[in-house]
Design a protein around this ligand. Structure first.
Ligand code: OAD
Length: 233
């Protein structure tokens, strides 16, 4: 192993990362957005129209998450911290990267196990168990909402995430269809001439960059990635 400063390995993960943990993706066959109309459950309009429905949708997701465990892919990324300075930028609202032991996890679209105030976005609370209810209030006395970014809302952490991408020596994309912006645009901040690996069992369109495609599910894909990286480290 090379001594001296560790290289920065930056990962952008999406729903496919957690598929083998039993969490449904959004746009695959049988994906969540096939069953639900995204604007009916994951938008500010939905929240204004039917809070019960929105709370129920996220309560179901949270209930399911409590039963899930990290998979081999999550654990493999945590193991890579032995060799690299790993930063994970995830679009996922689950906490499986953290539970697998990754120490730098940056959530772009929020966190399912947290709630936040509807009047002050800086008032964020852990949810105890699976349920966020109507009547659960922040310290200023107003209803709490899921701490997730909804469609039509800005992604407040995107600038910080693009800064992280600029520092990458190696960039890895795992389990995202790269359909949702601004997250999908992060690849454009990655320096030219550094290797970009993409792990996905299906073809993914990355118009702007050449990638080394590992056509596998996250578990096996991360294992193969580790083999490759151990040779170049
Ligand atoms: P998608 O559902 O759009 O894409 C999932 C990707 O994972 C696809 O490219 C699949 O081929 C791939 N995939 C499926 N099974 C896999 C496996 N076992 N291992 C690896 N890859 C696998 O999910 P995202 O790109 O994450 O936003 O979606 C982005 C955002 O859209 C989400 O964060 C969510 C959603 O609407 C919000 O809720 C704000």
């Amino acid at each position: 192993m090379k001594t001296g400063k560790m290289k920065n390995l930056v990962v952008l993960s999406g729903a496919g990362m957690s598929a083998e943990s039993g969490i449904r993706t959004f746009r695959d066959m049988g994906g969540l957005w096939e069953e639900y109309d995204v604007t009916e459950v994951a938008s500010l309009q939905a929240w204004e129209k039917d809070r019960d429905l929105v709370l129920r949708f996220y309560n179901e997701r949270r209930k399911q998450l409590l039963l899930c465990k990290p998979n081999k892919g999550h654990y493999g990324l945590a193991e890579l911290e032995k060799y690299f300075k790993v930063t994970i930028i995830t679009q996922n609202v689950d906490d499986l990267h953290e539970r697998a032991g990754s120490s730098e996890v940056f959530h772009l679209h929020g966190e399912l196990k947290k709630a936040r105030s509807t009047v002050d976005e800086n008032l964020i609370y852990d949810i105890d168990g699976w349920e966020l209810k109507k009547g659960d209030k922040c310290e200023r006395g107003l209803q709490l909402r899921p701490h997730v970014v909804w469609f039509g809302e800005a992604v407040p952490t995107i600038e910080k995430a693009s800064e992280i991408c600029r520092t990458a020596d190696i960039f890895v994309v795992i389990g995202t269809s790269l359909n949702v912006y601004p997250a999908a645009g992060l690849i454009n901040y990655v320096p030219q001439n550094i290797p970009i690996f993409l792990i996905d069992p299906n073809e993914v369109n990355t118009p702007s960059r050449d990638v080394k495609f590992i056509k596998e599910k996250a578990g096996v894909g991360v294992e193969k990635l580790i083999d490759i990286l151990k040779r170049v480290k």
